[in-house]
Design a protein around this ligand. Structure first.
Ligand code: SAH
Length: 344
């Protein structure tokens, strides 16, 4: 446990349990939510700091890369030395932060750099939150003055494979006493763990569900996404329909175009048929080739053609803007580079 895993109320209970007066909880909470290290928290005595030093968050930003388009890639290191990456995208309407939910990933998608070394461990709710708190600090924000407006759970890891911690994170980050980010401004992206989508639906959060679909035929999906051996495309779509019926939230699909695998006209037609009648939007993304994998992307012009085809079939779709390409923007790429450098 680290203290950022706790809600304000839980922190108060903790503070009392270790024999401190209740008001200390506010000071500690303010320190954590301002992204301060324990040393930087000025209103706690040395004795108190010693008392909580094992549980006060140790995470820190160890690398910050800024792309020509302003996108930032940040490497966060946790108390045990493990690292993850997060990506900050600044738009006119606010700042979107893409956070990681696991160190590595065990889903094994063939095109994804996060999964190359498998899963190392889950992140706790407070460690996922920590990424937002540290970046909020970099942006000049604090507990009272929140600079991050949107969160996407789209960094390394499969959020629904770390279900309980991710749910706790959603509660913490949207808590009025905390960063108070509206659940409507939170998107969770999954490769399609159908049983967990159903559990998520029962939580009745107001978050947006995004599905990494990437194929329209199960046998093709199995070629690039091992999870397709467990759940069929139809089962995923059915779960999405239920999710929409229950929450009224439009579903998003990620469709990464991989040359010769899922980029044909027939694919666009099958996709339109699968999504018929579902309130949804498709983000078409040209694959960002990963050095370690021999799958190729398509030209942007082809991605636009694919979108046009979908639109002609009455499916809402856009080509996703690619940002931060010059800073190893795709999932897990920068982390791998740093891990390699450290080995050399
Ligand atoms: N595990 C979750 C979230 C992390 S991946 C999921 O699968 O959705 C975030 C998104 O990046 C997914 O849509 C994933 O398929 C996509 N992605 C991963 N590697 C990519 C690459 N090399 N090029 C383009 N998109 C990629």
């Amino acid at each position: 446990m680290i203290l950022s895993d706790l809600t304000f109320q839980q922190l108060q209970e903790y503070v009392i349990a270790i024999g401190l007066p209740k008001f200390r909880a506010s000071q500690i909470f303010d320190g954590i939510y301002s992204g301060k290290t324990l040393e930087e928290v000025s209103n706690l005595s040395k004795e108190i700091k010693e008392k909580i030093s094992d549980v006060y968050p140790q995470y820190k930003i160890i690398r910050q890369l800024i792309s020509k388009d302003g996108t930032q890639k940040l490497i966060v290191q946790f108390g045990d030395g493990k690292i993850v990456e997060c990506v900050l995208m600044s738009y006119k309407y606010g700042n979107t932060l893409c956070v990681s939910t696991q160190v590595g990933c065990r889903m094994g998608c063939k095109f994804c750099a996060s999964t190359l070394n498998g899963l190392e461990r889950n992140l706790s709710a407070g460690e996922i939150l920590g990424q937002a708190l540290l970046v909020n600090k970099i942006l000049g924000g604090s507990l009272k003055d929140r600079k991050i407006t949107n969160i996407v759970l789209m960094g390394s890891g499969e959020p629904l494979d770390n279900f309980d911690n991710v749910c706790k994170f959603i509660q913490l980050v949207s808590d009025e006493k905390g960063l108070n980010i509206s659940q409507r401004n939170i998107s969770l992206s999954t490769c399609g763990l159908v049983d967990k989508i159903k559990l998520l639906q029962e939580k009745s959060y107001n978050i947006t569900l995004t599905i990494s679909l990437h194929a329209t035929l199960d046998e093709k999906r199995r070629e690039v996404m091992p999870i397709a051996n467990r759940w069929s495309i139809q089962e995923i779509i059915d779960a999405c329909r239920e999710y929409f019926d229950k929450t009224g939230r439009r579903i998003y699909f990620e469709y990464t175009l991989i040359k010769g695998v899922n980029d044909s006209n027939e694919d666009a037609q099958r996709l339109a048929k699968l999504l018929k009648g579902l309130t949804c939007h498709v983000n078409v993304i040209p694959l960002n080739s990963v050095k370690e994998r021999n799958l190729l992307g398509v030209a942007r012009a082809q991605a636009y053609q694919f979108v046009e085809k979908l639109e002609s079939l009455k499916v809402s779709a856009t080509v996703r803007r690619t940002m931060g390409e010059d800073i190893e923007g795709a999932c897990g790429q920068l982390r791998n580079k740093i891990l390699k450098e450290n080995k050399e």
